[in-house]
Design a protein around this ligand. Structure first.
Ligand code: CP
Length: 309
């Protein structure tokens, strides 16, 4: 069965700055007037196809659709789907797109959402593909930054941890590179530096200022945002390398001693050991608000992709 052309969200670049502004505007309105949106998706079905583990992304998508009045179906691990019997992604998508109105999919293979979009009759949302992209986390991050800072321009952003495999980092750099006077401080061990293609095709191509360091305290006093990330155990080939690098950065109160009073500390979560729990009570720690914001921006995204007024 062939489909009409539908909108998808595969890469954050699929959205213009205006699209992102509009989504943030709608998400803020949803936060203010939740009841206004509670029947917007009556009769609609979201399928969540998660071939990799997730807590926030899957459940916030499901919460988003339920809060819009719609229904959800799906699976949370490939072993409980017919993938375990050898079914191809293309066939799975072809079938599930006949059971649902929109699909959020997480897959360990980079590029899998493109394959899905080519075989779907309904919009596909990339909920994370391997170490590549995680555009809806970026929308969550942008909503959080805009709510905390009241702007998206003129920000110095520290990105710390696994910049090599951290897909949230790759999407966030791509998005923030479009805003005026963004400066990145890229903080990582040598083995986990940002991939060259992000440096050349995103940062340098857009004349975005950045520095690389392995010292989390070196630029702390300059940061408006500090975005911590976990070392991505599941992308390592070698357990010994993971063990050596996993606790390279642990943000604690002492390391924050030179930070701005209005620093905004973010983390896409899950946290393993990168932020000491003593930081959770600091008024600058915004990572749980960030996780809550994920529901509202995903509600806005579902409305947009389903073209609900
Ligand atoms: N931030 C994020 O993607 O979390 P989950 O892996 O729990 O979905």
């Amino acid at each position: 069965m062939k489909r009409e052309k539908t909108k998808n969200l595969i890469d954050i670049k699929d959205l213009s700055k205006k699209d992102i502004d509009d989504l943030i505007k709608v998400a803020n309105d949803i936060i203010q007037h939740k009841e206004k949106y509670s029947h917007k998706c009556d009769g609609k079905i979201l399928a969540t196809l998660f071939f990799e583990p997730s807590t926030r992304t899957r459940l916030s998508f499901e919460s988003a659709m339920l809060r819009l009045g719609g229904k959800v179906l799906g699976f949370s691990e490939s072993s409980s789907s017919s993938t375990a019997k050898g079914e191809t992604l293309a066939d799975t998508i072809q079938v599930v797109s006949g059971y649902s109105d929109i699909i959020a999919m997480r897959h360990p293979k980079e590029g899998a959402p493109v394959v899905a979009a080519n075989h779907s009759m309904v919009p596909i949302i990339n909920a994370g593909d391997g170490g590549h992209n995680h555009p809806t986390q970026t929308l969550t991050d942008l909503l959080t930054i805009s709510r905390e800072k009241k702007k998206l321009d003129n920000l110095t952003i520290g990105l710390c941890g696994d910049l090599k495999f951290g897909r949230t980092i790759h999407s966030l750099i791509t998005a923030m590179s479009r805003y005026k006077n963004t400066k990145f401080i890229l903080i990582s061990p040598d083995e986990l530096k940002i991939p060259d293609y992000i440096k050349t095709e995103v940062l340098e191509k857009n004349n975005v200022e950045y520095v690389e360091t392995n010292n989390i305290e070196e630029y702390m006093s300059e940061l408006d945002i500090l975005y911590m990330t976990r070392v991505q155990k599941e992308r390592f080939f070698n357990e010994a390398d993971y063990v050596r690098l996993k606790d390279y950065y642990i943000l604690d109160k002492h390391k924050l001693s030179t930070a701005k009073k209005d620093l905004c500390i973010l983390h896409p979560l899950p946290r393993v050991n990168e932020i000491a729990t003593e930081v959770d009570g600091d008024s600058r720690a915004k990572y749980f608000e960030q996780a809550y914001n994920g529901v509202y921006i995903r509600m806005a995204l579902i409305l947009s992709l389903l073209e609900v007024e």
